[in-house]
Design a protein around this ligand. Structure first.
Ligand code: ZN
Length: 264
């Protein structure tokens, strides 16, 4: 059973995380060799002077190498991506290309009986989750946050292939400056167009594990749902994407005995 699931992993995929540091949080990036946990906020007394400590001391950090995680196949909650068209805000977060949903947007991720609102989705290049150290060209993270603050991220691997029309819309309307947003286009996007078309969106095939945000403050308690099929963008789109951010992917973190469950 395990070898069968492992074989399906390359076609599969993965997920993760959210974002936005507040303006009061200290700067971080993907290039500085200083580990995120060691970044100090000198305006704060201890222990708040290390706001990203969880990036270092956390035991359930994301992303991970899927080949390093024990896989178990079992009946799980039905997972449904109940999205719908929305007036998109194109947001360059300073770390990623992101689309924010509008206030009052009713779309969300239904896990069993609970629906968790979709707040934003964003892209990493290359993928954050890896398989035996191998990256996909990119990875999409749908970020859902409940009223009580719990986070669920739905991750979709991105491979090279057919051009993705909606991804082109995202690229063409994205501000070039970090921290800027473009809310004035009136363009409608249905996030569901970024889901694998070969899957039933009301009953997704997925892998799930406990993890964290993949950016500071690396908060844990994030439930990850990784879809078993990728979507595609074209090579030209990947190149345009890289003109915004490249290598905005956190390395794989220690698994620390976590299991990954599959409903396949
Ligand atoms: Zn992410």
């Amino acid at each position: 059973m395990e070898s069968k699931i492992l074989k399906s992993l390359p076609v599969l995929f993965f997920l993760y995380h959210t974002t936005t540091a507040t303006s009061a949080s200290p700067h971080w990036d993907y290039d500085d060799p200083t580990p995120w946990w060691a970044i100090e906020d000198t305006t704060q007394p201890a222990p708040r002077s290390y706001p990203y400590a969880e990036c270092g001391v956390g035991q359930h950090q994301s992303p991970v190498d899927l080949a390093a995680v024990q896989l178990t196949s079992k009946p799980l909650n039905q997972l449904a991506a109940l999205y719908g068209a929305d007036t998109a805000t194109f947001f360059n977060s300073g770390h990623a290309v992101q689309v924010n949903t509008s206030i009052g947007y009713s779309g969300g991720l239904k896990v069993g009986e609970e629906t968790i609102p979709l707040i934003q989705f964003h892209f990493h290049e290359p993928s954050e989750h890896v398989i035996n150290g191998d990256h996909f060209p990119a990875e999409l993270h749908f970020v859902h946050i409940n009223e009580d603050g719990r986070i669920a991220v739905l991750a979709v691997a991105i491979e090279l292939g057919e051009e993705h029309p909606a991804f082109q819309t995202v690229l063409d309307n994205m501000p070039t400056q970090g921290g800027e947003s473009n809310a004035d286009t009136g363009i409608q996007i249905d996030p569901a167009v970024f889901l694998p078309q070969q899957q039933s969106h009301n009953n997704l095939e997925y892998f799930t594990l406990a993890g964290s945000l993949t950016t500071p403050p690396c908060s844990e308690g994030v439930q990850w749902y990784l879809l078993a099929d990728p979507i595609t963008i074209s090579e030209a789109q990947l190149e345009q994407f890289k003109s915004f951010y490249t290598n905005n992917a956190r390395p794989a973190q220690d698994v620390n005995g976590r299991a990954i469950l599959s409903n396949k």
